[in-house]
Design a protein around this ligand. Structure first.
Ligand code: FE2
Ligand code: FE2
Length: 271
């Protein structure tokens, strides 16, 4: 099988068991590298419709169900579905990053393929938790936020790394402490399973943001740009992004490569 064409096909696959199965097949084939060929000269296609359009009803972000009480099954389903959608979108995003940007060091492709495998594991875990609550991915409406950022950053490695892997994925790091606290307040088994899943995802996401940080800095060096261009890159891919309005997870972001001065610039009042 050819690496780039296979990434594209898996990204566009919307049959979930087939998608996850093909991802595992490619991982196995890459372990014995002779089974995979690389044809970086093949043309790169523009970003098309999201693969989840065949799974979920798509609505505007403002119409997506808001979670209310995480103590209720309904509230937990809304929460887990929103998170499962982020992870599903993140599979396609990581595959697209590995597919789209050619002529980079082998580590680049290894990093984003590994991230895609992590996201698939996160997605499967959350979909499993949804099923335990009597729901499944596709039961609720979703928005296209991550897909839109992916499409708007398709022509620039630097913008892609900044806006999606180093910004959107880092937002997840910021959200984790409060979510962990909320679920720590419930003593039932389901809540403790959700808390464990959130911790596994959080630990992996630090590595994803670190990869985004590394390749963002690499792309800045390629372009001869200062890393100060980060917020501009983010707002070009995600118009209307507000910085400095929420509390950042400083220790997690530092582990992922953000510097003190970058973090100070991203907060209202400095550190
Ligand atoms: Fe994830
Ligand atoms: Fe991630």
């Amino acid at each position: 099988m050819e690496f780039f064409a296979t990434l594209e096909a898996i990204r566009d696959e919307s049959d979930i068991p087939v998608k996850l199965g093909r991802l595992r097949e490619l991982a196995t084939a890459l372990d014995s590298i002779a089974q995979v060929s690389f044809a970086p000269e093949t043309p790169v296609q523009p970003v098309g419709n999201p693969s989840f359009a065949k799974i979920c009803q798509i609505v505007h972000g403002s119409q997506v169900g808001k979670r209310r009480n995480l103590g209720t099954t309904e509230g937990r389903i809304i929460f887990l579905h929103a998170l499962a959608h982020i992870e599903y979108s993140a599979i396609d995003l990581a595959l697209d990053s590995a597919y789209r940007f050619r002529g980079l060091p082998p580590q680049f492709y290894e990093d984003w393929f590994t991230v895609a495998l992590d996201e698939a594991r996160h997605f499967a875990m959350l979909n499993g938790l949804l099923r335990k609550l009597g729901s499944y991915y596709g039961a609720l409406a979703v928005h296209t936020g991550i897909h839109d950022a992916m499409a708007r950053s398709a022509t620039s490695l630097r913008r892609r790394m900044a806006a999606t892997h180093r910004h959107l994925e880092a937002n997840g790091l910021d959200a984790h402490p409060e979510l962990a606290r909320k679920f720590a307040g419930f003593t039932d088994t389901a809540a403790s399973e959700i808390r464990q899943a959130l911790k596994i995802i959080f630990d992996d996401e630090i590595k994803h943001v670190a990869a985004g940080d590394f390749w963002f800095r690499y792309a800045c060096a390629l372009d001869g740009a200062s890393t100060d261009i980060f917020t501009e890159d983010v707002t070009q891919a995600i118009p209307g992004t507000k910085f400095g309005r929420k509390s950042l997870n400083i220790s997690a972001r530092k582990q992922a490569g953000f510097t003190d001065s970058e973090l100070a610039a991203l907060t209202d009042h400095g550190l």
